[in-house]
Write a protein that binds this ligand. Structure first.
Ligand code: ZN
Length: 171
């Protein structure tokens, strides 16, 4: 089953920091491959390992959602080298279904990580790409985008998430 189950708000791996990847072994390669398939199937433009219940520092990003293979980014142990500016835009998350809220993020980021071949990669992102990197790196720290909201707004969102799912919601 290459497409893995995406866990949602309340699952422990979403709320704790992920561990660094020490070795690119078969398990990590398989996890990365499954994450790409899971992200494309969702569909989504980014996924972090904690979202498939794996507490590892690994993210996948693809703004083209499978349309352009050259846009696929798989990064192991990603970290920020630089962040600049500010931008506010609406965000959602496959692990927080049905919720979309404005979040303030850096407008530009420089991210460093390792690819599946073990090579260091430095990627600059602005606009949506910067936002996705920030969102996915947050996941590796056990932070969700709703953790950036005001306490009042966050309480309202949590209340909504605790409600039993309505029948035929289609999400
Ligand atoms: Zn997310």
């Amino acid at each position: 089953m290459p497409v893995r189950k995406i866990v949602t708000f309340g699952h422990p791996t979403l709320h704790q920091a992920a561990l660094p990847v020490r070795e690119i072994d078969q398990e990590i390669v398989q996890l990365a491959r499954d994450m790409v398939l899971t992200m494309h199937a969702a569909p989504g433009i980014g996924l972090a390992a904690p979202q498939v219940a794996a507490g590892k520092r690994l993210i996948t990003v693809d703004l083209s959602v499978g349309e352009k293979p050259e846009e696929l980014i798989v990064l192991i142990n990603p970290e920020f080298m630089e962040t600049d500016g500010e931008a506010v835009s609406e965000e959602g998350c496959l692990s927080v279904p049905g919720v979309h809220e404005n979040v303030r993020r850096p407008a530009r980021v420089l991210v460093k990580g390792i690819d599946l071949e073990g090579k260091e990669r430095v990627i600059e992102g602005s606009g949506i790409l910067a936002r996705v990197f920030c969102h996915e790196l947050d996941h590796l720290e056990g932070r969700l985008f709703i953790d950036h909201l005001s306490p009042l707004k966050k309480a309202l969102v949590k209340k909504k998430l605790k409600k039993p799912k309505e029948i035929g919601r289609g999400e």
